[in-house]
Design a protein around this ligand. Structure first.
Ligand code: BDR
Ligand code: CA
Length: 310
């Protein structure tokens, strides 16, 4: 099993990413680290603890950054609800936070795993950036980072800006320049993993102790997307977890990717050098381009079936 840390700002799609990661049997979840993003740090940290307890995940949960590195926090209650989980209250036993901060756990586990550790980063990249700054040799100890963030074309927060990158552009710049092997599950890829009402009905039909709450969250998302005139939903973070489990779910190509931190209109845009114009720059990122939607849906069905067996 691959040792992983999941860095997250739960978040409805983060919930499903954690649920999927926990179900696959392929990932050994060493820790969950919280980061301010979809909601304020207090809420996402509580949600991370509750989700870990709800799915009986036997791993540490550590608190991370309370705000982005150099700009005020931005939240996304319009798509994740006021508590970050569609206002759903999970029936979970109280779990305690790790005494360590996110960046220290990331380093500690990276050292323990001797270069095998992967990070699934599905929130703003603040914690990872802090870890890189605090521990200058960290980049050499990470096998790879699968990150949901950025986009090679359209954005969801500004014309070309995706939420996690826009929420902390400086952190994203630090991560993209770090030299760690990166896989970018950008918004451009996420839109190819759209779940239709029929897909959701298939998932809802699988009876598990979690199906009621999952259906509630899917319905909450459907309502939010309907508000934007969309009939589908996108669980972007679940696609990142799916890729970490089985890379066949997304086709990638290596490019030089830089993060815009100066412009106001393009703040947080991940600029992908498709034409290989910057010849002196490294191919620092494996960019997700195509999604195998059938496989992705199969993995979600498999996830539901796993919890049926529990
Ligand atoms: C990303 O932003 C957040 O709202 C989601 O949880 C996901 O990580 C999608 O742009
Ligand atoms: Ca997220």
């Amino acid at each position: 099993r691959i040792p992983v840390i999941i860095d997250t700002d739960p978040g409805i799609d983060d919930f499903f990413a954690l649920m999927l990661a926990n179900s696959s049997g392929k990932l050994d979840i060493k820790a969950i680290t919280s980061v301010a993003g979809n909601q304020k740090w207090e809420l996402v940290t509580k949600n991370a603890l509750d989700i870990a307890s709800y799915f009986h995940m036997d791993c540490e949960v550590a608190k991370g950054a309370e705000q982005p590195l150099n700009i005020p926090p931005r939240t996304a209650g319009y798509i994740h609800g006021e508590n970050g989980l569609g206002n759903l209250v999970l029936k979970a036993e109280k779990k305690s936070l790790s005494p360590d901060y996110a960046w220290d756990i990331i380093y500690k586990k990276a050292v323990e795993e001797k270069g095998r550790l992967e990070i699934i980063a599905i929130g703003p990249l603040t914690n990872i950036a802090i870890a890189l700054l605090k521990y200058p040799n960290l980049h050499k100890l990470i096998h790879r980072v699968v990150l949901m963030g950025g986009s090679s074309d359209i954005g969801n927060t500004s014309p070309y800006g995706e939420f996690n990158a826009v929420a902390d552009p400086l952190a994203a710049k630090i991560v993209f320049r770090s030299g760690m092997p990166l896989v970018m599950v950008g918004w451009n890829a996420a839109v190819k993993s759209k779940l239709t009402p029929e897909d959701i009905d298939q998932l809802k039909a699988i009876d598990t102790p979690y199906t009621g709450d999952c259906s509630f969250l899917w319905d909450f998302e459907r309502k939010a997307y309907k508000g934007f005139g969309k009939e589908y939903i996108i669980l972007s973070d679940a696609l990142a977890a799916a890729y970490a489990i089985d890379p066949a779910v997304m086709e990638c190509k290596d490019y030089y990717v830089a993060v815009e931190t100066a412009s106001s209109l393009n703040l947080g845009r991940t600029v992908v050098d498709f034409g290989h114009v910057c010849k002196d720059k490294p191919l620092n990122c494996s960019v997700g381009i195509e999604v195998n939607k059938d496989l992705y849906l199969k993995m979600l069905i498999q996830m539901m079936k796993h919890y049926r067996k529990e």
